[in-house]
Ligand binder design. Structure first.
Ligand SMILES: Cc1cc2nc3c(=O)[nH]c(=O)nc-3n(C[C@H](O)[C@H](O)[C@H](O)COP(=O)(O)O)c2cc1C
Length: 309
């Protein structure tokens, strides 16, 4: 599955990645987290997160909050608007989330996490519900309790990001924690963290027994990672220009914002030979303007011409 990523998995990027894969290659994706504070989120905002396209591959709407009534009502509204899955965020380490006792704050209190999952479960009895946790807060000592709390509250799928809140986004990820979560619950577990190439998906499932795998940052650098397709330079440029075009058509974004989004991908980009370690800094130093996109168009024309017999 494609991980929820704030500032990344908005509908344009997400739709393009889904469009590259068959449902058996990419089984699901998620919106960025939608923050719920005190009041239910308006339908208009939920629809913006869900985006204009619908695919066979389900896109779960992720909610983050701690107000049981507001979360329950928002989940109900989202389900009525057609969200095929509701996901609850218990991993966000931001100060805002912690202040609001939401996101990863719940990792210190399995009973509160269970109450929250149950409140949402009760509000959407027929819509699939998933929960995404980290392996713990300061350490992983509550992992099993947290996993069981999510299941007891009524989650039908549990995603475990195998780093703790304290470990943030450090390079190494401890997959033994996934195996412990898999052992502890009867619902399917989706493993997340530390996958950088397509073959890691099978390796993680083999090593931990998890049912599914979720990839975040590596999909920014290789949107084909879920199928293992080795993209050509022409395909890579086609993806990047398609993303730029969608951002302009749907969001009316000016070139400087579009190039900033493209550079977010360039920081990770490994698909084809378009960006190498030697040229990455050069790409990132280019000004954020129309000339950046124009340069990509020229490269695409050249790549198209050279790939034709
Ligand atoms: C830029 C960025 C934004 C993120 N936003 C969210 C989010 O909105 N909701 C969430 O549950 N996790 C979020 N995450 C965490 C990812 O979903 C994922 O758990 C994490 O990146 C570990 O997976 P990876 O090692 O494959 O990147 C975010 C991560 C990044 C890098």
């Amino acid at each position: 599955m494609l991980a929820p990523m704030e500032g990344v998995t908005e509908p344009c990027f997400r739709d393009l990645v889904i469009g590259l894969h068959r449902p058996e290659q990419l089984g699901g994706a998620f919106t960025e987290f939608v923050r719920v504070v005190h009041h239910p989120v308006p339908a208009k905002q939920l629809l913006e997160h869900l985006g204009p396209e619908r695919f066979e591959t389900p896109v779960g709407l992720q909610l983050m909050g701690s107000d049981l009534d507001a979360l329950g009502e928002t989940a109900k509204r989202a389900a009525e608007l057609g969200a095929p899955v509701i996901d609850l965020n218990f991993g966000c380490p931001s100060k805002g989330a912690l202040r609001g006792c939401a996101g990863s704050a719940l990792l210190d209190d399995p009973a509160a996490l269970e109450r929250l999952v149950r409140a949402v479960r009760d509000s959407i009895p027929t819509t699939p519900l998933s929960a995404k946790i980290r392996a713990g807060g300061d350490d992983d000592s509550l992992l099993v309790e947290l996993a069981q709390a999510a299941e007891a509250g009524g989650a039908q799928l549990l995603t475990v990001h195998c780093r703790t809140r304290a470990e943030a986004y450090r390079d190494t990820a401890d997959w033994d924690r996934l195996a412990r979560a898999v052992e502890a619950v009867g619902i399917p577990v989706c493993g997340n963290g530390g996958m950088s190439v397509h073959t890691d998906l099978a390796r993680m499932r083999q090593a931990t027994g998890c049912a599914y795998g979720m990839i975040g940052r590596a999909a920014l650098g290789n949107p084909w990672i879920f199928s293992g397709h080795a993209a050509t330079r022409e395909e890579a440029l086609g993806f990047l220009l398609g993303y730029a075009d969608l951002l302009e058509q749907r969001g009316g974004l000016p070139a400087r914002f579009i190039t900033a989004r493209l550079k977010q991908l360039f920081r990770h980009w490994v698909a084809s030979d378009l960006v190498t370690e030697a040229t990455r800094t050069e790409w990132l130093r280019r000004p954020n303007d129309e000339a950046f996109i124009q340069h990509l168009r020229e490269l695409a024309t050249l790549a198209g011409a050279s790939s034709r017999p």
